[in-house]
Design a protein around this ligand. Structure first.
Ligand code: URA
Length: 285
Protein backbone atom coordinates (compact mmCIF):
# COMPACT_ATOMS: atom_id res chain seq x y z
CA UNK A 1 0.00 0.00 0.00
CA UNK A 2 1.34 3.44 -0.91
CA UNK A 3 2.14 5.93 1.83
CA UNK A 4 -0.72 8.22 0.81
CA UNK A 5 -3.25 5.35 0.85
CA UNK A 6 -2.01 4.24 4.26
CA UNK A 7 -2.27 7.81 5.53
CA UNK A 8 -5.81 8.16 4.12
CA UNK A 9 -6.78 4.84 5.71
CA UNK A 10 -5.32 5.92 9.06
CA UNK A 11 -7.21 9.21 8.87
CA UNK A 12 -10.50 7.43 8.11
CA UNK A 13 -9.86 5.07 11.02
CA UNK A 14 -9.31 8.03 13.27
CA UNK A 15 -12.62 9.56 12.15
CA UNK A 16 -14.48 6.32 12.83
CA UNK A 17 -12.92 6.05 16.28
CA UNK A 18 -14.05 9.61 16.95
CA UNK A 19 -17.60 8.71 15.96
CA UNK A 20 -17.59 10.28 12.49
CA UNK A 21 -18.74 7.15 10.73
CA UNK A 22 -21.47 8.38 8.43
CA UNK A 23 -21.39 10.66 5.43
CA UNK A 24 -24.79 12.32 5.80
CA UNK A 25 -24.70 15.05 3.21
CA UNK A 26 -22.56 17.31 1.08
CA UNK A 27 -22.83 20.26 3.44
CA UNK A 28 -21.32 19.94 6.89
CA UNK A 29 -23.62 20.70 9.82
CA UNK A 30 -22.16 22.48 12.82
CA UNK A 31 -24.20 20.78 15.53
CA UNK A 32 -22.49 22.72 18.29
CA UNK A 33 -23.89 25.95 16.84
CA UNK A 34 -27.42 24.96 17.75
CA UNK A 35 -26.72 23.97 21.34
CA UNK A 36 -28.87 25.97 23.69
CA UNK A 37 -27.61 27.13 27.10
CA UNK A 38 -27.62 24.45 29.82
CA UNK A 39 -30.83 24.06 31.81
CA UNK A 40 -31.32 26.28 34.84
CA UNK A 41 -30.29 24.66 38.08
CA UNK A 42 -33.50 24.51 40.11
CA UNK A 43 -33.49 26.51 43.32
CA UNK A 44 -33.95 24.70 46.62
CA UNK A 45 -37.41 26.21 46.87
CA UNK A 46 -38.36 25.04 43.39
CA UNK A 47 -37.04 21.58 44.10
CA UNK A 48 -39.29 21.38 47.13
CA UNK A 49 -42.42 21.91 45.00
CA UNK A 50 -44.57 18.93 43.90
CA UNK A 51 -41.82 17.30 41.84
CA UNK A 52 -39.74 16.98 44.99
CA UNK A 53 -41.80 14.01 46.09
CA UNK A 54 -41.11 12.29 42.82
CA UNK A 55 -37.48 13.30 42.84
CA UNK A 56 -37.07 11.97 46.35
CA UNK A 57 -38.78 8.75 45.39
CA UNK A 58 -36.54 8.60 42.32
CA UNK A 59 -33.43 8.70 44.49
CA UNK A 60 -33.27 5.02 45.42
CA UNK A 61 -33.96 4.11 41.80
CA UNK A 62 -30.85 5.91 40.56
CA UNK A 63 -28.29 3.26 39.69
CA UNK A 64 -25.95 3.21 42.67
CA UNK A 65 -23.43 1.28 40.61
CA UNK A 66 -22.26 2.93 37.37
CA UNK A 67 -24.10 6.25 37.16
CA UNK A 68 -24.22 7.03 40.85
CA UNK A 69 -20.44 6.88 41.08
CA UNK A 70 -20.06 9.45 38.36
CA UNK A 71 -23.44 11.11 38.65
CA UNK A 72 -23.20 14.85 38.22
CA UNK A 73 -23.31 16.48 41.61
CA UNK A 74 -24.53 19.81 40.23
CA UNK A 75 -28.16 20.46 39.46
CA UNK A 76 -28.15 18.93 36.01
CA UNK A 77 -29.23 15.48 37.15
CA UNK A 78 -31.91 17.11 39.28
CA UNK A 79 -32.98 19.10 36.23
CA UNK A 80 -33.25 15.89 34.20
CA UNK A 81 -35.41 14.31 36.89
CA UNK A 82 -37.62 17.35 37.30
CA UNK A 83 -38.06 17.68 33.55
CA UNK A 84 -38.85 13.99 33.03
CA UNK A 85 -41.26 13.70 35.94
CA UNK A 86 -43.12 16.86 35.05
CA UNK A 87 -44.52 15.04 31.99
CA UNK A 88 -48.11 13.92 32.38
CA UNK A 89 -48.46 12.22 29.00
CA UNK A 90 -46.19 10.42 26.56
CA UNK A 91 -46.47 13.26 24.06
CA UNK A 92 -45.49 15.76 26.75
CA UNK A 93 -42.51 13.59 27.63
CA UNK A 94 -41.49 13.42 23.96
CA UNK A 95 -41.58 17.22 23.76
CA UNK A 96 -39.65 17.65 27.02
CA UNK A 97 -36.99 15.19 25.87
CA UNK A 98 -36.64 16.91 22.50
CA UNK A 99 -36.16 20.24 24.28
CA UNK A 100 -33.77 18.87 26.92
CA UNK A 101 -30.19 19.98 26.34
CA UNK A 102 -28.57 18.57 29.48
CA UNK A 103 -27.13 15.40 27.91
CA UNK A 104 -24.01 15.71 25.74
CA UNK A 105 -25.17 12.82 23.51
CA UNK A 106 -27.83 15.03 22.02
CA UNK A 107 -25.22 17.29 20.45
CA UNK A 108 -23.89 14.61 18.13
CA UNK A 109 -27.16 12.75 17.48
CA UNK A 110 -29.20 13.43 14.36
CA UNK A 111 -32.55 12.65 15.98
CA UNK A 112 -34.07 12.09 19.39
CA UNK A 113 -35.27 8.49 19.19
CA UNK A 114 -38.32 8.37 21.42
CA UNK A 115 -40.41 5.29 20.68
CA UNK A 116 -42.18 3.19 18.12
CA UNK A 117 -45.22 0.96 18.20
CA UNK A 118 -48.50 1.35 20.02
CA UNK A 119 -48.52 3.66 23.06
CA UNK A 120 -50.35 1.88 25.86
CA UNK A 121 -49.64 -1.58 24.37
CA UNK A 122 -49.53 -4.45 26.87
CA UNK A 123 -45.90 -5.27 26.01
CA UNK A 124 -43.09 -2.73 26.16
CA UNK A 125 -39.62 -3.63 24.87
CA UNK A 126 -36.71 -1.54 26.11
CA UNK A 127 -33.35 -1.74 24.35
CA UNK A 128 -30.10 0.03 24.84
CA UNK A 129 -29.49 2.95 22.50
CA UNK A 130 -30.16 3.92 18.91
CA UNK A 131 -27.62 2.81 16.33
CA UNK A 132 -26.83 4.58 13.06
CA UNK A 133 -30.06 3.44 11.34
CA UNK A 134 -32.25 4.47 14.27
CA UNK A 135 -30.46 7.80 14.63
CA UNK A 136 -31.16 8.53 10.97
CA UNK A 137 -34.79 7.34 11.07
CA UNK A 138 -35.66 8.74 14.51
CA UNK A 139 -37.26 5.40 15.43
CA UNK A 140 -35.92 2.60 17.62
CA UNK A 141 -34.96 -0.83 16.28
CA UNK A 142 -35.25 -0.23 12.56
CA UNK A 143 -31.86 -1.69 11.56
CA UNK A 144 -30.77 -5.31 11.34
CA UNK A 145 -31.24 -6.04 15.03
CA UNK A 146 -34.68 -4.41 14.88
CA UNK A 147 -35.64 -6.64 12.00
CA UNK A 148 -34.60 -9.69 14.01
CA UNK A 149 -36.51 -8.34 17.01
CA UNK A 150 -39.65 -8.00 14.85
CA UNK A 151 -39.29 -11.58 13.60
CA UNK A 152 -38.81 -12.87 17.14
CA UNK A 153 -41.87 -11.01 18.45
CA UNK A 154 -43.95 -12.17 15.49
CA UNK A 155 -43.41 -15.82 16.49
CA UNK A 156 -45.53 -15.20 19.58
CA UNK A 157 -48.12 -12.95 17.97
CA UNK A 158 -46.57 -9.61 18.87
CA UNK A 159 -45.91 -6.74 16.52
CA UNK A 160 -45.37 -3.03 16.78
CA UNK A 161 -48.41 -2.28 14.63
CA UNK A 162 -50.77 -3.92 17.12
CA UNK A 163 -49.57 -4.76 20.59
CA UNK A 164 -45.97 -3.73 21.28
CA UNK A 165 -44.38 -0.44 22.26
CA UNK A 166 -40.61 -0.02 21.91
CA UNK A 167 -38.06 2.38 23.34
CA UNK A 168 -34.47 2.51 24.57
CA UNK A 169 -32.65 3.43 27.76
CA UNK A 170 -30.84 6.15 25.78
CA UNK A 171 -32.77 8.33 23.32
CA UNK A 172 -29.62 9.54 21.56
CA UNK A 173 -27.03 7.54 19.67
CA UNK A 174 -23.58 7.62 21.29
CA UNK A 175 -21.19 8.76 18.54
CA UNK A 176 -19.63 5.83 16.73
CA UNK A 177 -21.73 3.53 18.95
CA UNK A 178 -19.24 4.04 21.76
CA UNK A 179 -20.25 3.05 25.29
CA UNK A 180 -22.19 5.80 27.02
CA UNK A 181 -20.52 7.38 30.03
CA UNK A 182 -21.95 7.01 33.52
CA UNK A 183 -22.96 10.64 33.41
CA UNK A 184 -24.87 10.18 30.15
CA UNK A 185 -26.62 7.11 31.52
CA UNK A 186 -27.59 8.90 34.72
CA UNK A 187 -28.91 11.86 32.77
CA UNK A 188 -31.15 9.67 30.59
CA UNK A 189 -32.40 7.32 33.32
CA UNK A 190 -35.24 9.54 34.61
CA UNK A 191 -36.60 9.88 31.07
CA UNK A 192 -36.91 6.15 30.44
CA UNK A 193 -38.28 5.63 33.96
CA UNK A 194 -41.00 8.20 33.35
CA UNK A 195 -41.49 6.81 29.84
CA UNK A 196 -42.29 3.37 31.24
CA UNK A 197 -44.57 4.84 33.90
CA UNK A 198 -46.58 6.77 31.32
CA UNK A 199 -46.69 3.92 28.80
CA UNK A 200 -47.91 1.69 31.67
CA UNK A 201 -47.29 -1.67 29.97
CA UNK A 202 -48.57 -4.90 31.56
CA UNK A 203 -45.15 -6.45 31.01
CA UNK A 204 -41.65 -5.22 30.19
CA UNK A 205 -39.15 -7.04 28.00
CA UNK A 206 -35.66 -5.75 28.69
CA UNK A 207 -33.28 -6.68 25.90
CA UNK A 208 -29.56 -6.71 26.53
CA UNK A 209 -27.33 -6.20 29.53
CA UNK A 210 -27.43 -2.41 29.51
CA UNK A 211 -31.19 -2.26 29.60
CA UNK A 212 -31.51 -4.95 32.26
CA UNK A 213 -28.75 -3.67 34.51
CA UNK A 214 -29.75 -0.03 34.23
CA UNK A 215 -33.45 -0.44 34.80
CA UNK A 216 -33.24 -3.18 37.39
CA UNK A 217 -30.08 -1.92 39.04
CA UNK A 218 -28.37 -5.30 38.84
CA UNK A 219 -24.67 -6.07 38.73
CA UNK A 220 -24.70 -9.52 37.12
CA UNK A 221 -24.02 -10.10 33.44
CA UNK A 222 -26.85 -10.72 31.01
CA UNK A 223 -25.99 -14.42 30.78
CA UNK A 224 -26.95 -14.79 34.43
CA UNK A 225 -29.93 -12.48 34.22
CA UNK A 226 -31.61 -13.63 31.01
CA UNK A 227 -34.68 -15.79 31.29
CA UNK A 228 -35.43 -14.38 34.74
CA UNK A 229 -38.41 -12.32 35.81
CA UNK A 230 -38.06 -9.22 37.95
CA UNK A 231 -40.33 -6.49 39.27
CA UNK A 232 -39.63 -3.10 37.77
CA UNK A 233 -40.73 -0.39 40.16
CA UNK A 234 -41.07 3.10 38.78
CA UNK A 235 -40.15 6.01 41.03
CA UNK A 236 -43.71 7.27 41.11
CA UNK A 237 -45.75 4.37 39.74
CA UNK A 238 -47.88 2.63 42.31
CA UNK A 239 -47.57 -0.92 41.08
CA UNK A 240 -44.50 -2.84 39.97
CA UNK A 241 -44.39 -4.12 36.39
CA UNK A 242 -43.17 -7.68 35.68
CA UNK A 243 -39.99 -7.49 33.62
CA UNK A 244 -38.40 -10.30 31.63
CA UNK A 245 -34.66 -10.06 30.93
CA UNK A 246 -33.44 -11.46 27.65
CA UNK A 247 -30.63 -11.23 25.11
CA UNK A 248 -30.30 -8.29 22.77
CA UNK A 249 -31.06 -9.17 19.14
CA UNK A 250 -27.71 -7.64 18.07
CA UNK A 251 -26.00 -10.20 20.31
CA UNK A 252 -28.08 -12.97 18.75
CA UNK A 253 -26.96 -11.84 15.29
CA UNK A 254 -23.35 -12.18 16.44
CA UNK A 255 -23.95 -15.37 18.43
CA UNK A 256 -26.72 -17.34 16.72
CA UNK A 257 -26.03 -20.28 19.04
CA UNK A 258 -27.77 -18.29 21.78
CA UNK A 259 -31.04 -18.11 19.85
CA UNK A 260 -32.27 -21.27 21.59
CA UNK A 261 -32.15 -19.46 24.94
CA UNK A 262 -33.87 -16.42 23.47
CA UNK A 263 -36.57 -18.71 22.12
CA UNK A 264 -37.13 -20.11 25.63
CA UNK A 265 -37.55 -16.54 26.86
CA UNK A 266 -40.09 -15.80 24.15
CA UNK A 267 -42.08 -18.90 25.10
CA UNK A 268 -42.01 -17.81 28.75
CA UNK A 269 -43.32 -14.41 27.68
CA UNK A 270 -46.07 -16.03 25.62
CA UNK A 271 -47.08 -18.19 28.62
CA UNK A 272 -47.20 -15.09 30.80
CA UNK A 273 -49.40 -13.27 28.26
CA UNK A 274 -51.79 -16.21 28.02
CA UNK A 275 -52.03 -16.50 31.80
CA UNK A 276 -52.64 -12.76 32.05
CA UNK A 277 -55.48 -13.12 29.55
CA UNK A 278 -53.77 -10.96 26.94
CA UNK A 279 -54.83 -12.11 23.50
CA UNK A 280 -52.10 -11.67 20.92
CA UNK A 281 -53.89 -13.32 18.00
CA UNK A 282 -54.49 -11.07 15.00
CA UNK A 283 -58.19 -10.40 14.46
CA UNK A 284 -59.72 -11.51 11.16
CA UNK A 285 -61.46 -8.23 10.59
N1 URA B 1 -30.10 -1.45 19.50
C1 URA B 1 -30.85 -0.95 20.51
O1 URA B 1 -30.63 -1.30 21.67
N2 URA B 1 -31.81 -0.11 20.23
C2 URA B 1 -32.09 0.28 18.99
O2 URA B 1 -33.00 1.08 18.82
C3 URA B 1 -31.31 -0.25 17.95
C4 URA B 1 -30.32 -1.11 18.23
Amino acid sequence: MSDSRAAARALLGWYVDAGVDEPMGDIAVDRFASVRPPPQIPTVAAAAKPVATVAQQAEPQARPTRPARAAPVDGSLGAARSAAFSAKTLEELRGILQAFDGCPLKVTATNTVFADGVPGAPVMVVGEAPGADEDRAGRPFVGLSGQLLDRMLATIGLDRQRNVYISNVLPWRPPGNRNPTDNEMAMCLPFIQRHIELAAPRVLVLVGGTSVKTLLDRQEGITRLRGRWFDWQGPSAAAAVPALATYHPAYLLRSPGQKASAWKDLLALKRWLVEAGINTAASDT
